[in-house]
Every structure is written in C-alpha cells, then in structure tokens.
Design a protein around this ligand. Structure first.
Ligand code: ZN
Length: 264
C-alpha cells in the first residue's frame, strides 16, 4: 500500500513475516487514478533468522485457575475435559482473537505520528521472544504447538506501561486470549499492541505521546503470570519488536530513507 507523503513522493513500509526468509520476492506495484498499473523491483537483503523453541508445561493448577475466564466464549462446552477446553482456547479462541485483531489494525492514518526509538517496558525482563516456537506439554506429553508473535516483558505486578511512541489509540478493550488490550496506530500501517493488561486509561481515537502511561500490566487473557505481551505490526504483519527498540536499526532502515526522500 503506497501513500502520498510529499507532493511527488509516495511511501510505504514493507514487512516480512517470521516465515519469509531469503528468497522472498518483494516488489512495488503502483496504480494511478486512471487505473494504470506498473510494477518495479528494488534492492533488498533478507537475512536468515532462526527462532527459538520454548517448552511450556501446562499444569492442572493453571488450567483450573485460568479456563473459567474463557467460559464466556465457550458456554456450551462445559462437558469438555479441562485439557480439551485448553486446546479449544489455545486453537480456536486464539484464531478468533487473531482475526479480530487483524480487522482492528486495518485502521491506520496517513501520518507519521512517531519519532525515534520505541520505548520498552521499563525495568523489565524478556520472558518470551518474538516468533518463539512454543511447544505445550501436559502431563509430559506434547499437546499443542503455536508461534508466539510478540515479546513478553515482566516487571513487578501492575507496572505502568508507557506508550512506545506517539500515536492514536485505535482500540482499548478485551480480545480473547490477549485479554485487556490497547493498540496504538503510529501511522502508515505501523502499530504497537499491549496485551494481558490489568487496566487501561486510554480510549479510542485518543492521541498519546511517547512515554505517556496507557495502562498497567496484568494477567488477563491466556497469561500465567503478570507480564506485558508487546507486539509490533506493520500492515497486519507481526514484526520483531527488538528492531524498533534499536536506535541504529531505525536510523538505517527507516528514518535515513525518509530523510533522503524529503531532501530531494
Ligand atoms: Zn506473549
């Protein structure tokens, strides 16, 4: 999707998903008002990346505590065993939550709201990484596999969460496995997502500045302990948040290119 930023220059962010390695074809396709289409290639370099495996042991204690929270989504399934209830949540509710999220992030403004490096939850430890290959074990048997499309950050319970950068809140509310969630649009399809919150204090269409407190960490949704699930999306594609915390990466990959276009 190309959007006009300057009178004769168009800009778009290109995102690769975690499965797209070297060999992925990228090109620009533009359609003018008369419907004429043109397509062009450009130079790019995609590095191979191997993501981690992460084993998650599911206990009865966790299931007995957590599954009732999902009864509102599956009221007819009261006869299911606790293990099957978990599988339903981890597969079907996960899919529904993802579909809902993907609809929500269609809303984006043609404005570059953000500036500079994105903020990370202060004084927090990385508990799970982007695109971790999660293997779920129950009573020592593998029962499910899923890909983790964000980073889990843990600090003290109910830690205040700063907006990673300036933007417009496009959603604040519950989404299935993500629990209470806030999504901020930074413009041109770039968004940050904050999940499993205990509370939030922003509402849709509200502008927030970088560092402004938007809510507090929690355990809502499919979370076993208090943490922040933090994701970055570009045009419906989850990308690695680590890159957006990196000043040099932003300069080399994003801002230097925009500055170059502006100075032409
Ligand atoms: Zn997570």
């Amino acid at each position: 999707m190309l959007k006009r930023i300057f009178s004769n220059i168009l800009m778009a962010f290109f995102a690769l998903n975690y499965k797209q390695g070297p060999g992925t074809k990228i090109f620009v396709k533009a359609i003018d008002h008369a419907g004429n289409t043109s397509k062009a290639g450009f130079n790019y370099n995609i590095k191979r990346k191997i993501f981690k495996k992460d084993v998650i042991n599911i206990s009865d204690k966790f299931l007995n505590w957590k599954m009732p929270e999902f009864d509102i989504y599956t009221p007819q399934d009261s006869e299911l065993t606790i293990k099957n209830k978990f599988l339903k949540v981890n597969r079907e509710i996960r899919k529904d939550s993802y579909n809902k999220l993907i609809k929500l992030v269609e809303k984006t403004d043609k404005v570059l709201y953000w500036d500079g490096v994105f903020l990370r939850l202060p004084k927090s430890a990385n508990k799970a990484g982007f695109a971790d290959n999660r293997v779920y074990k129950y009573k020592n048997k593998i029962i499910d596999r899923q890909i983790h499309l964000g980073i889990d950050l843990a600090s003290i319970a109910h830690s205040p969460i700063p907006a990673a950068n300036r933007g417009k809140v496009i959603f604040a509310g519950p989404i299935g496995i993500y629990g209470k969630t806030v999504i901020i649009d930074h413009g041109f399809g770039l968004q940050s997502m904050y999940a499993h919150l205990s509370s939030y204090n922003v509402k849709e269409n509200q502008m927030v500045s970088k560092g402004e407190i938007i809510g507090r960490t929690g355990i809502t949704g499919l979370a076993g302990g208090d943490h922040l699930h933090y994701s970055i999306l570009i045009h419906n594609t989850f990308v690695n948040p680590i890159e957006w915390w990196d000043k040099a990466w932003i300069k080399n990959n994003i801002s230097s290119k925009i500055n170059k276009a502006e100075s032409r």
